[in-house]
Design a protein around this ligand. Sequence first.
Ligand SMILES: [Zn+2]
Ligand SMILES: [Zn+2]
Length: 496
Amino acid sequence: MKSWCCFGGATGMLKAILCVLAATFTLSVDGAARQPDPSTGDALRVLILTGRHNHDWEATTPFLKTMYEESGRFVVDVTEDPASLDADALEPYDVLVDNYAAYPDMTGRQWGKTAEDAIVEFVRQGKGMVLFHAAVASFLDWPEFLEMAGCSWGEDSAHGRRHEYNVDIVDHDHPITHGLHSFATSRDELYHRLDMHPPIQLLARSYSMASAKGSGRYEPMVLTTDIGQGRCFYTAMGHDVEAMEGAGFQAVMLRATEWAATGAVNMPPPDALPARKLQAVVLTGGHDFDEEAFPKLFEGDEAVLYDAVHQEKDSKIFEDISDWPYDVIVLYNMSNKISEKGRANFLRLLDQGTGLVVLHHAIIAYQEWPEFARIIGVNYYQEESTINGVTYPKSTYKHDVDMPLRIEDGSHPVTQGLKDFVVHDETYNGMTFGAANQVLVSTKHPASAKSIAWVRQYKNAKVCFIQVGHGPQVFTNPNYRQLVHQAVHWAGTAPE
Ligand SMILES: [Zn+2]
Ligand SMILES: [Zn+2]
């Protein structure tokens, strides 16, 4: 099932203004080539190919033109009729930028033989081509185009809901990405399951969260290809002007365009790109919970991408961690089963420094795995238990209690800014606690154990346990929300 956004909701007036803008910026490409502006010296000459798109090319084309020109490195012409191009028309340019998409007519080669041969020859002779977003939803029957693009829109290709996502740089040596750190995009589409046409060189990837209607795997986000002596570039970013306003999109496009034109990047990396967001997984399953209210606990925490994974009996998520995308695990499950392999992988993640936040009834997850209680720093006894000759009575719980919470240490990142507060929630009592727990929140309520929230270290992982968290009244409590959000940030952030 394909998923496509059509033209955005620009009003008639706005559309008209954009059309005028586009017309103002559009120059004829036949006849005399535009000379580089003397003020820009040896500016690189860009030709934007556009005029048809299932996206709003009349808005994005002038945006791109301005972006290139304001960098001081490029002068830009635009053609709205790529089919009219030939070798002479292309000759003055250093690089082509493809803002054209034939979708849904992805076969039929709308540009025709003369233009297509001229474009391939232009690149082969040592120049460049830059493609982005839906440009690859075109020309599926043009082999050289697929070779240049490195990927194309296929039967299974789609995107989830639009959101800000991370672009994780995997190749820091390439001129385009050298000196750039991984960053967060503006609100954009994250394409998944594009058809790939190797060989490609992958420079950056993005994790597509299944809970955002994505693919549940890493997707290629920035890549390059070679054809003849020439260089091509593709990024899946760039759905609309809002997406293009992202500093990361602009840095990548500008650097890629310079590289495609010249083979080198001389422009300095930007001072700052939007910080990469933490990637968290919230694991549920094995215990009832308020499925409407609980997810809202994580809303409004803009610095974290929360993925939601529900696994009723097993924790299959730990069976294969070869492409593990998460900085922090939030357990709200009570699944009992975790295989030997799952346990080993869980420990490996903690050893690698993946953070762990354990909420409420996850205190009795993995009862068949004794090490889990040592990881989280607490034993809850579902039955009277005798361990090493010591008998522990059954632990207890009590619903609908107004429990005053005391902040024991407000200087810790998990509790900073919080003052004592009251929650209406469920108590637990009769547990035993790890000696190394650093207690941050406590209570004197007689139906509850004293320790409510604590932090500890296990292997290289930062672990935070928060006992309260049964129902909607605590999920909407602003103090509790702050406590949980700060716990996720703290646990998911590597030590300085
Ligand atoms: Zn789009
Ligand atoms: Zn509960």
